[in-house]
Design a protein around this ligand. Structure first.
Ligand SMILES: C[S@@+](CC[C@H](N)C(=O)[O-])C[C@H]1O[C@@H](n2cnc3c(N)ncnc32)[C@H](O)[C@@H]1O
Length: 234
C-alpha cells in the first residue's frame, strides 16, 4: 500500500518550473547583501499588486527584467537611465545578492528586486497594463527536446506579458539558440495582442542593450544571437 492516501489522479499536479533551485554557491558577501540591503532594494514577498508610483515616485516609465542572472545588465541600464524605474525578477538568490551589492556601490535608487518565479509573480503581483517594457535576456534554453516544456517563453507566459503591458509597451527577448528563437517568433505571431517589430522575426540589436554574461558565453561558443522585439497592440 502506498503511504499517501491520495491516488495518482487526486494528487495535485506539480508545476513545471523553468529553473532548478540551487543555492549552493552563495558567497558570504551575497548572503550579507540579501540581509543588509533587502529593506532598501527588495520588494516584499506578499500578494499585493505592485505600485510603481509608491516604489519609485510618480510618472516614471517601468521596465521589468525577468531572469536577470548576475544583474550586471540591469545595473548598466539603470545607471544609463536614472529617470526610469526598473524591477528585476530572479529566482536565483546568489544572483540577486550580487545585484544588491552593485546597486549599493553605484548608489542607484531606481531599481527594486523581487526573488521568486516570474511566472507566479506576473500572475499575482503585476497589474494589467502597468508595465512599459519587459526584458527577457537569454532565458535558459533547455536544449533537450524532452525539456522544452521547461522553457520560460511559452504561450501562457507571453499571454501574461501581454496582459501586464501598457498599450504600445514592448517585449524584448534575446536568445542564442536557433530553435528557441524560431519558436519565440512563432509564439509571438500566435498572440493576437503582440506585434513583432520585424517582419522577418529578428530585429537589429539595439545599441542600448548591454552585453550579458550568457550572451558572452554564447558568442564564445560561436552561437548567433537573436533579438526579438514585439509591441503590445494599442
Ligand atoms: C541563462 S540565465 C541568463 C541570465 C542573464 N539574463 C544573462 O543573460 O546573463 C537565465 C536566468 O533566468 C533565471 N530564471 C529562470 N526561470 C525563471 C523564472 N521562472 N523566474 C525568475 N527567474 C528565472 C535563472 O535563475 C537564470 O538566472
Amino acid at each position: 500500500m502506498p503511504n499517501s492516501p491520495l491516488t495518482e489522479t487526486m494528487r495535485p499536479k506539480r508545476q513545471i518550473r523553468s529553473f532548478v533551485r540551487r543555492e549552493g554557491r552563495i558567497t558570504p558577501a551575497q548572503r550579507e547583501a540579501l540581509t543588509e540591503l533587502w529593506t532598501r532594494y527588495g520588494i516584499e514577498d506578499n500578494n499585493a499588486l505592485l505600485d510603481c508610483a509608491l516604489l519609485f515616485g510618480p510618472g516614471k516609465p517601468l521596465t521589468v527584467e525577468i531572469g536577470f542572472g548576475d544583474g550586471q545588465c540591469l545595473r548598466q541600464l539603470a545607471n544609463a537611465n536614472q529617470d526610469m524605474a526598473y524591477i528585476g525578477i530572479e529566482s536565483h538568490r546568489p544572483g540577486a545578492g550580487r545585484l544588491l551589492m552593485s546597486l549599493q556601490k553605484d548608489a542607484l535608487t531606481n531599481v527594486k528586486v523581487l526573488i521568486g518565479d516570474a511566472v507566479d509573480i506576473l500572475t499575482t503581483r503585476i497589474a494589467s497594463q502597468s508595465v512599459d517594457e519587459f526584458l527577457i535576456f537569454f532565458p535558459d534554453p533547455w536544449p533537450k527536446k524532452r525539456h522544452h516544456k521547461r522553457r520560460l517563453v511559452n504561450t501562457d507566459f507571453l499571454s501574461s506579458l501581454a496582459r501586464c503591458l501598457k498599450p504600445n509597451g514592448l517585449i524584448h527577448v534575446t536568445t542564442d539558440w536557433d530553435d528557441y528563437a524560431k519558436a519565440i517568433v512563432d509564439l509571438i505571431r500566435a498572440e493576437s495582442r503582440l506585434h513583432n517589430l520585424s517582419k522577418q522575426g529578428y530585429s537589429p540589436r539595439p545599441a542600448s542593450r548591454p552585453e550579458t554574461k550568457y550572451e558572452r558565453r554564447g558568442v564564445r561558443l560561436g552561437h548567433q544571437v537573436y533579438d526579438i522585439i514585439a509591441r503590445r497592440c494599442p
